[in-house]
Structure formats: structure tokens, C-alpha cells
Design a protein around this ligand. Structure first.
Ligand code: CA
Length: 231
């Protein structure tokens, strides 16, 4: 899950980011409306936490602008303004929810989760299957041949992506975009490190390997049994 936090108060932004990271989200911070609008329009997020009073471009304008462009990313508005008029204005502009400052992180997280559940209801009780590999998106655990495989947050994100796109090549860029935040260094080998660990867990002791590297392109989850092994 990837979140965008548009918030000019650095302390609040860092507080939200820290909480989200602890809950397995990747998160970017935009410190003003201009950057917030740019990121919301050009990057892929699962959730946007949007402050309304922002330098350069207001949160309300950002909201109107992205909705006008057909970007349906779930948005939670965050503001000190708690009166009914502002709330109605926010909902009219296309926000999904509203939280008034000061707030407890637990409440924000609960609202984010409720919102994600509504917008991504396929995740509810959803289990991905490929060959003898099962991935429970709710408990974030994998199972193969009756063997329970515990995954880290990153490994889960990568495996989920591979299984949703099974038998198709998933590029490193797509993996990076889904599981890491904007500041992630594309040149680093972090993706490879996570893939290696994921493979050990999924394929390590199995006769049939499911996760394969497509050199120069990315990775694929695929059954290649029946074919002769190239030596
Ligand atoms: Ca503000």
C-alpha cells in the first residue's frame, strides 16, 4: 500500500508517515499544494491524506483538480477546520472522508483501513492462488504444500503483485512503484535482495520453482513443469 501525505506542517506529516510505515505502508510527503498536486496526478497511490490549508495550492483545489481529471484515488481530508460548511465543501469536491485536527493516529489509520476496504473490497477475504501457492491478502501469509510462509511487508507486496499478474512479466519499475516510496533509488539492488529472500521462502526447498527472473525485464511467477530443464 502506498500513501501520499500532503501536509505543510512537518511535524504532523512526519507523525503520519511514521505511523503508516509502522503499518506496512510506503509513504511520500508533499510539503505544499503544488508538489501534492503533482504527485497525486503523476504517481500511483492507494490513499491520499490531504491537508486543506496548504501553501501555493489549497487542498480543496487539489481535490477538485484530480477528480476533474478522473483520478479516483481514495482521499481523506485533514484539517483544523471542523465546521459543517467546510466538510460539505470537501465532500462536494470529492473527498471520501474527513478527519479534524488534532486527531489520534489510531483514528486516522482506522479511517484509512475502512476506506481501503470499501474501495478495494476484493481484498476482503481474498485469497490469491497460483499452482500450489496460496497467498492470503488479509493475513498476509503465504502457504505452499501445507507449509506456512511468513513474509515481510515488502515480500508480501512483491508476491501479491506477481500473483495478481501471474504468468506475465512484472517489471522492476512496477515492483518499485508498488512497494516503495518516491525517494527510492531505482539503481539500488534492494528489489533483488527482497526477491532473493522471497524465492528462498517460496521455492527454496520445492522441486518446482515458481518465481523466475526474466533478464533485463523483471520477474514472473510461472509454472514451467513439463519442460526439460536446460543445463
Ligand atoms: Ca496546513
Amino acid at each position: 500500500m502506498r500513501a501520499l501525505i500532503v501536509e505543510d506542517e512537518q511535524k504532523v506529516a512526519n507523525f503520519i508517515k511514521k505511523g503508516l510505515l509502522e503499518n506496512n505502508f510506503a509513504a511520500d510527503i508533499a510539503p505544499d499544494g503544488e508538489e501534492g498536486l503533482f504527485l497525486a496526478e503523476n504517481e500511483k497511490y492507494d490513499i491520499v491524506v490531504l491537508d486543506l490549508m496548504l501553501p501555493k495550492i489549497s487542498g480543496l483545489e487539489i481535490l477538485k483538480s484530480i477528480r476533474k481529471k478522473g483520478i479516483g484515488t481514495p482521499v481523506i481530508c485533514l484539517t483544523a477546520k471542523g465546521n459543517l460548511k467546510d466538510k460539505i465543501e470537501g465532500f462536494n469536491a470529492g473527498t471520501d472522508d474527513y478527519i479534524v485536527k488534532p486527531f489520534m493516529f489510531a483514528e486516522l489509520l482506522a479511517r484509512i483501513r475502512a476506506l481501503l476496504k470499501r474501495t478495494q473490497n476484493h481484498l476482503e477475504n481474498s485469497v490469491l492462488k497460483y499452482a500450489d501457492l496460496v497467498l492470503d491478502q488479509k493475513t498476509r501469509r503465504a502457504e505452499r504444500n501445507g507449509r506456512i510462509i511468513v513474509l515481510t511487508a515488502k515480500e508480501f507486496s512483491i508476491l501479491e503483485l506477481l500473483m495478481i499478474n501471474s504468468e506475465q512479466v512484472v517489471t522492476r519499475t512496477l515492483i518499485t512503484e508498488s512497494a516503495w516510496d518516491y525517494n527510492f533509488d531505482l539503481m539500488s539492488n534492494v528489489v533483488d535482495v527482497h526477491i532473493r529472500r522471497l524465492r528462498e521462502k517460496i521455492d527454496g526447498n520445492e522441486k518446482e520453482k515458481l518465481i523466475h527472473t526474466i533478464w533485463g525485464m523483471g520477474y514472473v511467477i510461472k509454472k514451467i513443469s513439463g519442460k526439460k530443464k536446460m543445463v
